[in-house]
Design a protein around this ligand. Sequence first.
Ligand code: IPM
Ligand code: MN
Length: 372
Amino acid sequence: MKLNIAVLSGDGIGPEVTAQAIKTLNAVADVYNHTFTFKEALAGAIAIDKTGDPLPQETLDLCLEYDAVLFGAIGDPKYDNDPSAKVRPEQGLLKLRKSLGLFTNIRPIKAYPTLIDKSPLKRDRIEGTDLTIYRELTGGIYFGEKKLNEQGTIASDLCEYSEKEIERIAHLAFKAARNRKKKLTLVDKANVLETSRLWRKVVTNIGKSYEDVELDYLFVDNAAMQLILNPSQFDVILTENMFGDIISDEGSVIGGSIGLLASASVGDENAMFEPIHGSFPQAKGKNIANPVASILSAAMLLEHFGLNEEAQAINKAVDKSLEMKIVTTDLNPDSQYGTEQVGDFIADYIAHAEDSINYNQENINYGQSTII
Ligand code: IPM
Ligand code: MN
């Protein structure tokens, strides 16, 4: 298959981790005879610095033209700490999501057996967790009208949803549940919010055409609690934009590191793949950032295009790296491996999986090929 992939590696650790995802995709292309073409474009703080715009038109045009977008991370403390900043890197990301019509954000969360003890949550709570969050991404409070009165003393953000916006993501979430454990939980705040009541009505209706999927409902405050008390009860969680933002960060502690969580953002015509972690500016250029979330996002990209075997090859290589403790220091403080080395191992494992029998810890040399 030929795929043109726009690469927006962005700020902070974005470029380092994205480089590992590209390395991994190149290994897949070699082994399975695909042609993946990558083209870099500016986004985020780096784009503001160079062009004054967090999402230059040229970048947007490339993303619209190409088959998929591989996204790194954006954000820079110089904007976070300045509430009066007129342009912010995040605006670029939000505009990109909206302009590409990426209305569904998919965030899988899994308790990896080899990492269970890394999570601050107790083993017996998180064991067996394998859930995925379907977060609405182009509506709700993020995109509603924003107001600030002249004195700068009263502000509001409008949260608005239409039936159509709810329907299109609900269908995707039901279909996903159908292929998984056949359970869908709608997370909302229907005891208070009108938008949530609309979500319940629409999702309940759609549920009638997915009779094999069990549908239940949870208020978001309760869901936040259930997610750490008993996360293995969930299969697919469907929710609106801001609730999804919050509970997916919360869910990340289950996996032991936010550095493991990948995501796909899809619409009718475009798709973008990105780690859920931020730009982690303190780690920039230090070769310590965990590239796994970015690499797993590349696996989601392959899956999106029906390349399931290839996606599985990446997932297996990641599992192997975790099993063999070829991980960054967020997962093992004594680790001698950095971003690059973890990427090398995963790419090499894909290229030479049949030789895996020869791997052992002593033979993996820092900064060198991991294949004996
Ligand atoms: C995310 C991020 C973004 C969001 C920010 C950077 C705008 O937190 O992708 O979860 O809130 O959607
Ligand atoms: Mn977030």
